[in-house]
Design a binder for this molecule. Structure first.
Ligand code: ATP
Length: 134
């Protein structure tokens, strides 16, 4: 089985380094599936799940924006934040979603509204990745 190396790196340090058979990431323009031998490319990442497929298993990571760099033998994900499903603190994500929803209800102005919307998307993404609900 052909594989491709995936590195996920954040400002807090490395999160993932492994060989996989396929990566599926959410870019700014939609889902992108990457197989070994993919043509070189760079794409901005949205808030979403990264699916890391191996022969008999799939790992999930929650990513909150950044960049994806693809080379034929390596995918590098430079993420603003990234957590593997097993490292996600569900209670923290639920509390963050609750806080963001309260901010959206309070309707304190454009800037706070946009910040709360992004915070809510990050929290929901983490909850979905934790639950494997992708
Ligand atoms: P919160 O409101 O809980 O701080 P946030 O979306 O504002 O969430 P970020 O700014 O995206 O948090 O991330 C800050 C740091 O905390 C990052 O290192 C991120 O990986 C980590 N982090 C945030 N939420 C969680 C979570 N639910 N489980 C594990 N790590 C988390």
């Amino acid at each position: 089985m052909k594989t491709i190396t995936v590195n996920i790196v954040t400002p807090d340090g490395p999160v993932y380094d492994s060989e996989v058979s396929m990566v599926i990431a959410v870019t700014a323009t939609g889902e992108m599936g990457i197989l070994p031998g993919h043509i070189p490319t760079v794409a901005p990442l949205g808030i979403g799940a990264v699916r890391l497929k191996k022969e008999n298993s799939t790992e999930l990571a929650a990513v909150s924006g950044g960049f994806l760099e693809v080379r034929p033998d390596k995918v590098t994900i430079l993420a603003q934040s990234a957590e593997l499903a097993t490292d996600i603190d569900l209670a923290r994500a639920q509390e963050s979603a609750r806080r963001a929803e309260a901010m959206l209800q309070a309707n304190k102005g454009e800037v706070d509204f946009q910040r709360a919307e992004l915070a809510l998307r990050r929290a929901k993404n983490r909850i979905n990745v934790y639950e494997g609900n992708i």
